[in-house]
Design a protein around this ligand. Structure first.
Ligand SMILES: Cc1cc2nc3c(=O)[nH]c(=O)nc-3n(C[C@H](O)[C@H](O)[C@H](O)COP(=O)(O)OP(=O)(O)OC[C@H]3O[C@@H](n4cnc5c(N)ncnc54)[C@H](O)[C@@H]3O)c2cc1C
Length: 403
């Protein structure tokens, strides 16, 4: 076991893909600094990093000028280079965003406009015939084709990043949950499972737990993380021919992360989903899991109630999909009509750390905040895995400007 106790220059809390990419970037920029990563689980990349759709997004959806737009377009390019360099599995398989009928064409136009404004390479509008050439079993009257969108083993990326941090002289300590911080004489004392580490600067990249640690360090409680469970189904092996690469719906602009999609993974498996259901624990991989503390945090946040009042209809349809495989498959069959209930089996689940404002708004862009000697990644939802190497650059720039 590695003992991270003692003094260090930079401590990063959380060994997900964002924390590890940040640690690697900082270790490279300051080769003489002692960089320590503190991770509660016994492995790196366990939570969102290891349980997502595995899609390397090209940057189509995001508001031009937003951090997401900038860091995704740059991040995906760097992610493919990183995978090449470190032998991590990936494939630039391309993706179609499909309009099922004329009512969706206006929103498809807007996506095309955003994608072009964001500089997504190769993005093209295609008709039904070309759609069927790419995805012979897909429904739809028109689509956007993004040849640069791909699939990546993000867990493999996290492991490769951890290896690099260690090779460059840093420490990655697993099984080392952080309990709190105290600022003493210009340094931060970090209390954790193995004792205490004193750091000149702390960067918190704790995913679903990020707000809890930020508030413990005296930061603003707004926004709060609300956990959304995303459940998947998988296609039986003999039905995998129904989906060649990535088939996506035209999203609702108010809830861009909703909507089931059909996704090839690097291991050849095809995922259907995910659903999006507010759950009773930050690690509710099983729907039945509740934790009093997590539930209190969600229900005690005024923004949760405002959000639920605003989106209750969507909540009910997500609940139906989570409760009924028939409803789930029917939602996917709108995109691949040959799909039948017997073609699927249970799949994995992931928990999205989605920041919700006090006013009930789902915070769309990446959010960072600062306190003396500390920097917090407060909202890093999709496409943060894709964007992680560019996010790391952004965080390292901010860290160098923070006292
Ligand atoms: C269902 C789903 C589908 C998604 N699909 C995609 C996709 O296709 N493409 C994409 O780019 N993104 C996708 N995302 C988003 C992406 O997975 C996340 O944005 C990204 O993984 C965030 O990484 P992270 O390092 O911030 O968080 P995490 O991977 O959650 O890591 C946070 C780490 O902090 C640790 N931690 C927390 N508290 C403490 C503590 N007190 N002490 C020590 N350690 C602590 C945790 O154990 C964890 O390891 C998806 C997410 C979900 C859930």
């Amino acid at each position: 076991m590695i003992d991270p106790s003692g003094e260090c220059d930079l401590a990063i809390v959380g060994a997900g893909i964002v924390g590890l990419a940040t640690a690697r970037e900082l270790q490279r920029r300051r080769p003489d600094a002692r960089v320590v990563v503190l991770e509660r689980e016994d492995r790196v990349g366990v939570h969102q990093t290891g349980s997502n759709s595995g899609v390397a997004h090209a940057g189509i959806y995001y508001k031009p000028g937003s951090l997401k737009a900038k860091l995704c377009v740059e991040g995906v390019r760097r992610m493919y280079d990183f995978c090449d360099e470190h032998g991590v599995a990936y494939e630039r398989c391309g993706k179609v965003i499909v309009a099922l009928d004329r009512s969706e064409l206006g929103r498809l136009d807007e996506l095309e406009r955003r994608g072009q404004a964001n500089g997504v390479p190769g993005l093209r509008r295609i008709g039904a015939d070309e759609l069927r050439e790419l995805e012979p079993h897909a429904a739809g009257i028109e689509a956007l084709h993004s040849p640069q969108t791909g699939i990546v083993d993000f867990g493999g990326v996290a492991r490769a990043l951890a290896g690099q941090v260690e090779a460059d002289g840093g420490v990655v300590a697993t099984g080392c949950g952080v309990n709190g911080f105290e600022r003493v004489n210009g340094r931060t004392r970090i209390a954790h499972a193995h004792g205490e580490t004193s750091a000149r600067q702390v960067i918190v990249c704790a995913g679903a737990w990020s707000d809890r640690l930020a508030v413990a360090a005296g930061a603003d409680p707004d926004p709060r993380i609300v956990p959304f469970r995303g459940g998947y189904l998988t296609l039986r092996a003999e039905k995998r021919h129904l989906v060649r690469s990535l088939i996506y719906p035209v999203p609702d602009p108010e809830l861009p992360f909703l909507g089931v999609h059909l996704t090839k993974r690097v291991d050849g498996e095809i995922l259907l989903g995910p659903t999006a259901l507010v759950v009773g624990a930050l690690d509710a991989y099983k729907l039945s899991r509740f934790r009093a503390r997590d539930l209190r945090a969600t229900l005690g946040w005024p923004g949760s109630w405002k959000m639920m009042r605003r989106f209750w209809k969507t909540g009910i349809s997500e609940l139906r999909m989570a409760a009924s495989r028939r409803a789930f498959v029917a939602a996917c069959a709108r995109y691949v009509p040959e799909l039948e209930i017997g073609d699927v089996t249970d799949g994995p689940a992931g928990i999205r750390a989605q920041a919700v404002g006090r006013d009930g708004a789902l915070v769309d862009d990446f959010v960072f905040s600062e306190a003396e000697g500390a920097l917090f990644v407060r909202n890093a939802p999709s496409p943060a895995a894709t964007s992680s190497l560019a996010i790391a650059d952004h965080v390292a720039d901010r860290a160098s400007q923070t006292p």
